[in-house]
Design a protein around this ligand. Structure first.
Ligand SMILES: [Zn+2]
Length: 180
């Protein structure tokens, strides 16, 4: 008789279930995790995810894989150790997004390039959007703009993201043209 193991639906350390970026923002608040720049490693830890930095091909920023152990199934985020810090931070946020959004659909996500200027799959688009939402929370983003921080490079530094990620987030928030 085959035994089909169900996905562990409460893998996070506090037993919570995190499926949306709002759920994750709530976890960040509850665990007092630094928000700007977001302490991505702490967040991964709070969700019960391990991070491994490995030397990957240059076009591969990272991956998310479920590894089956003796007693539990552990999700591991792989990050390209050769990539710059801001890229690695986005990769971790992107893989956290796959975990929250897609962990019941697949057990392995291997990413190639996040922003290519061409249409990506809806799954990748959703993961990028989610990553932007947790790295650059709307309320903090708007507060910074209001307080006079309107230069892309200043905001990108503040959130610890690339200028491109910053611009994409500003567009999603409808803040294009406000000096951005
Ligand atoms: Zn992806």
């Amino acid at each position: 008789m085959a035994i089909i193991r169900k996905f562990n639906r409460s893998a996070s350390t506090d037993g919570g279930i995190y499926n949306t970026s709002d759920d994750v923002l709530r976890l960040i608040r509850d665990k007092n995790i630094q928000t700007a720049p977001l302490a991505v490693e702490k967040l991964a830890e709070a969700l019960g995810l391990d991070i491994r930095y490995e030397s990957l091909n240059n076009e591969i920023p990272g991956a998310l894989k479920r590894e089956i152990g003796n007693n539990n199934n552990k999700w591991i985020i792989y990050v390209n150790s050769k990539h710059p810090k801001t890229r690695q931070r986005f990769t971790i946020a992107h893989e956290i997004a796959h975990y929250c959004l897609h962990r019941y659909e697949k057990t392995s996500f291997e990413d190639v390039v996040f922003f290519r200027g061409i249409a990506v799959s809806s799954e990748e688009y959703a993961a990028n959007k989610f990553a932007g939402e947790i790295l650059m929370p709307e309320s903090i983003f708007r507060e910074q703009i209001k307080s006079g921080m309107t230069k892309i490079s200043d905001l990108a530094d503040y959130f610890g993201v690339s200028a491109l990620a910053l611009r994409v987030r500003a567009k999603h928030l409808g803040l294009e043209g406000h000096g951005l």
